[in-house]
Design a binder for this molecule. Structure first.
Ligand code: APR
Ligand code: PHB
Length: 394
């Protein structure tokens, strides 16, 4: 089999890339290790920056997102028992974010791909990538016990943090930067109305908490927990009780609880692999970088990688130019490091670190007090939260 671009991974990165290439007449095959249902069962963050919204529109899959997504012009910071609003819209000259679950975004992309009759091989086993240092890369995979080979011009490694593409790069050709945080996020989803119209990020002496949402009737809450905790240790009742203790009196009063429909613990990591191009193979999204979830930058960074990659590939075929491809890694990394910086900073500001003493809490509270009372401080947070412009610094 032959295609122009072999995309490994049918998460948001792979699916969005496939759709953008298709819109521009470029042929791609997507190979995914898991089933479609499994991909849709993964619950991740749900805050879209304008750049991501624009890309969904460009890919022709924005209709349901605009209908069902909730536009937020601000969020609350809660510390020392009091809430303060960051008015992102005002501070950034009219920018907002949209609440729309990654699962829904993935479903829209999947449906559009299926409707266009484009090739996605789910449950593709033992995917391997070959000859990406030549002009004729190949990808091999097994399906139902038979081995298949795809010849292509490019390989797009959209296969997430545990994927095969980054792992296939010779060791000396890649540098990895990593930080693991000494706590996790216990997340709970419930079909209950959100405690507040906007998100609440909580710094409390008991640890971080986040009140998020998926719709007017579905809430998503998180608690900072020790890495040693297991989901089984947390009954729904224990979760709600601990959340109440981290909230302010008004939110505590307003909180509507109910049975969880999902509960899981996620570790927090900052990770970047450099570079993101190896001959004819490119990494995009979680395959190349991970941010801790504070600030919800993961999906948005993945989306901008895909924007840069699709533009570079389109330019290659249309204008017979390798300029975009040559530029891809540097362009992405410049943006990624800013997202990494913001996510690390926001995480450090909001969580309790087990080895830090009381002074750390006091310093966090002083910084938060500065941010919410200084227009300069608040604007810096708002500007990063809504997402830096695509051409930032250029
Ligand atoms: N062969 C084929 N597919 C693979 C392989 C492999 N060897 N390894 C991994 N995959 C698939 C995974 O099953 C997954 O569906 O690649 C996909 C990668 O998807 P994601 O992990 O969702 O990564 P990405 O598409 O880059 O999305 C980034 O996801 O984790 C969040 O915060 C992150 O929101 C961001 C988004
Ligand atoms: C979520 O809704 O899952 C979410 C929202 C904002 C974050 C992280 C996660 O910063």
């Amino acid at each position: 089999m032959r295609t122009q671009v072999a995309i490994i991974g049918a998460g948001p990165s792979g699916l969005l890339l496939g759709q953008l290439l298709h819109k521009n007449g470029i042929d791609a095959v997507i190979l995914e290790r898991k089933s479609g249902d499994y991909v849709l069962s993964r619950i991740r963050a749900g805050i879209l920056e304008q750049v991501c919204i624009d890309l969904m529109d460009e890919a022709g899959v924005g209709e349901r997102m605009h209908k069902e997504g909730l536009v937020h012009g601000g969020f609350d910071m809660l510390f020392k028992g009091e809430r303060h609003r960051i008015d992102m819209n005002k501070l950034t000259g009219g920018k907002n974010v949209m609440v729309y679950g990654q699962t829904e975004l993935t479903r829209d992309l999947m449906d559009a791909r299926a409707a266009a009759g484009l090739a996605t091989v789910y449950e593709a086993d033992n995917v391997t990538v070959h000859d990406f240092d030549s002009a004729r890369p190949r990808v091999r995979y097994e399906k139902d016990g038979t081995t298949h080979e795809i010849e292509c011009d490019f390989i797009a490694g959209c296969d997430g943090f545990h994927g095969v593409c980054r792992a296939s790069v010779p060791q000396g050709a890649i540098t990895e930067y990593e930080k693991i945080y000494p706590f996790g996020w216990l997340g709970l989803m419930s079909d209950t109305p959100p405690v507040h119209e906007e998100l609440i990020y909580v710094n409390s002496t008991r640890g971080f908490a986040l009140c998020s949402q998926r719709s007017h009737t579905r809430s998503r809450y998180y608690l900072q927990v020790p890495l040693s905790d297991k989901v089984e240790d947390w009954s729904d009742e224990a979760f709600w009780q601990e959340l109440r203790l981290r909230l302010d009196p008004e939110a505590r009063e307003k909180l509507v609880t109910g049975p969880s429909i999902e509960k899981s613990i996620a570790p927090l990591r900052s990770f970047v692999a450099e570079p993101m191009r190896f001959g004819r193979m490119f990494l995009a999204g979680d395959a190349a970088h991970i941010v801790p979830p504070t600030g919800a930058k993961g999906l948005n960074l993945a989306a901008t990688d895909v924007k840069y990659l699709s533009s570079a590939i389109i330019e290659f075929y249309r204008e017979k130019s390798e300029a975009g491809i040559d530029h891809y890694s540097d362009r992405c990394l410049r943006r990624i490091w800013k997202g990494e910086r913001f996510s690390w900073w926001f995480t450090s500001l909001m969580h309790r670190f087990p080895d830090d003493g009381e002074i750390a809490q006091k310093l966090q509270e002083a910084e938060l007090d500065y941010i919410v009372h200084s227009e300069t401080g608040a604007r810096s947070v708002a500007e990063n939260y809504v997402g830096l412009p695509l051409n930032f610094g250029e």
